[in-house]
Write a protein that binds this ligand. Structure first.
Ligand code: MN
Length: 513
């Protein structure tokens, strides 16, 4: 089990209050979970200490680490929100409550709802740090998944591939994504995982030995031409991403060029291009394989130079060249921005909407929604351009790479404040309906179909009968009872929020007169 000291030494330059805070959270969590065991039989604290450690190793700030240590206290122990507020303050409480809320995101196990679930997952967490803690929590749960009962293993592993991996990808957290994928893969596709592992072994035997040898060749050359302060590393492609590629290439491993990759980290952009020249001089580049993601970053903000070469010994190597800062961003994505300029308590607690408004830009490709109402969205525009903390607008810059004026694009997105003003509720079969905050079962009924709305007789929320003026919440499962004889009532206008519902109700009432 990681000790508090092992966690603290991961911090860059911790102050005495930082150390004290982490030690206190560590002891507090240990006490809260003292009668609580993992499936493995180990003390529960093994899990929370591991989450705290991983967050610290990623470079997250002391309060995020604290929240990681405490993330299961509200849900699994007698500790209350009030207790955490008194002991650790508003910001840590805000993070722990966010993580606790995310546990209620349900996974239905059918493909067609996963996109909506990912949206719900992100919408439910109002702060990027909440998502990061949740992802790290899941990572440790996967690392210890062998101890979990078999029927639970499959659900957790599938949920990871369907929900957590895409979220990690959107956040640009490449390292975490690969770890989650490779841990979940053998549980979800045991036969395929075996096949991929064997194929890889048969083809390359000891891939790291090959890579180690080629690395020395490259290091020597870089030093010869006078490059200082570079770092090299290598990796073999993740099993799960190799699996997807193999499926596309009819299981022909010889046509996969990025199986083995070497990475060179240098100090400046200029050195990146210089290194590329050196590599091409040393090894023969494959045609059409040079990619300049520095001049043209990927949509998730990824920057790097890529090339594929054939070495003297015939090994096909993908070479990635980038600066150390670009590397930090590629490994930890949004998290690396959180750590460059940690938000203050005021940022988080007083302006949660600013944080959540960052999120739509991460999910832009998924935003098109049939039920989204233009009118509701226009009303909800909040001009808080002035208040957007600088570190958030910096993230915006990396996400709008196609635009000539990335920052203003991002700001426009942030202003639309999509998720803070929307909720996502489910039909009993798991379909997701996207509604404005404050919506009632009547709004839900009209969003399903105008005929359903017109004949609404009653509603159930989470399988309990409720009155029609009930305010729906994120994640509610809503069921509408219809009767042929039922018809719109003037009372409905007091709580119908969507323009579709209001227009339709008014129309029906006018017809009666
Ligand atoms: Mn946990």
């Amino acid at each position: 089990m990681y000790s508090a000291d092992e966690i603290i030494v991961q911090l860059d330059s911790p102050t005495d209050p930082d150390r004290a805070l982490i030690q206190k959270a560590y002891d507090y969590a240990a006490e809260a979970h003292k009668n609580h065991k993992r499936y493995s039989g180990e003390p529960y604290m093994v899990h929370t200490a591991a989450v705290g450690y991983k967050l610290a190793a990623m470079g997250m700030g002391p309060r995020t680490i604290c929240a990681g240590l405490l993330h299961d206290t509200i849900e699994d122990t007698p500790v209350t929100s009030e207790d955490l507020k008194n002991e650790f303050g508003d910001e840590v409480l805000f993070l722990v409550e966010g993580v606790t809320k995310l546990s209620s995101v349900r996974y239905y196990g059918t493909d067609r709802h996963n996109e909506s679930l990912r949206k719900l997952f992100v919408a439910t967490s109002q702060d990027i740090r909440v998502l990061i803690i949740k992802l790290v929590d899941r990572l440790h749960n996967l690392e210890t998944l062998m101890h979990v009962p078999a029927e639970k293993q499959l659900r957790i592993a599938r949920e990871t591939l369907e929900i957590y991996v895409p979220v990690a990808h959107r956040l640009g957290m490449g390292k975490l994504r690969k770890e989650l994928e490779d841990l979940a893969f053998p549980y979800v596709y045991p036969d395929d995982a075996k096949r991929v592992t064997e194929l890889l072994k048969k083809k390359y035997g000891n891939a790291s030995e090959i890579l180690e040898r080629e690395r020395k060749v490259l290091q020597k050359r870089l030093a010869e031409v006078g490059l200082r302060d570079f770092k090299t590393s290598y990796r073999v492609k993740g099993l799960y991403s190799l699996y997807h590629k193999l499926k596309r290439k009819e299981w022909e491993i010889d046509v996969i060029y990025d199986l083995m990759a070497m990475r060179v980290l240098v100090d400046s952009v200029e050195d990146c291009y210089r290194t590329l020249g050196i590599v091409h001089d040393l090894w023969r580049p494959l045609p059409q394989r040079v990619k300049d993601y520095i001049a043209f970053p990927k949509p998730n903000g990824y920057r790097s130079l890529h090339t594929t070469v054939a070495t003297q010994s015939g090994t096909i190597l993908e070479i990635q060249i980038r600066t150390k800062k670009m590397h930090q961003e590629a490994e930890f994505g949004v998290a690396s921005h959180v750590l460059y300029k940690p938000p203050t308590v005021t940022d988080v607690v007083k302006q949660p909407s600013v944080f959540s408004s960052l999120i739509p830009s991460l999910f832009r490709p998924f935003r098109a929604s049939a039920t989204k109402e233009v009118i509701d969205k226009t009303v909800s525009l909040t001009p808080h351009t002035q208040k957007i903390p600088r570190w958030i607008s910096q993230i915006g810059q990396t996400y709008n790479v196609d635009s000539k004026n990335p920052t203003s694009d991002f700001v426009a997105d942030a202003e639309s404040d999509f998720f803070t003003n929307r909720i996502f509720v489910f039909t009993p079969t798991g379909d997701v309906v996207d509604l404005p905050v404050g919506a009632s079962p009547i709004d839900f009924a009209y969003a399903i179909h105008s005929e359903v709305g017109d004949h609404t007789a009653g509603a159930k929320v989470n399988r309990k009968l409720v009155s029609l003026d009930t305010t729906l919440k994120n994640g509610d499962i809503v069921e509408i009872d219809t009767k042929k004889s039922a018809k719109p009532s003037p009372k409905w206008l007091h709580f119908a929020k969507t323009s579709v519902a209001r227009r339709r109700i008014k129309g029906a009432l006018e017809q009666e007169i």
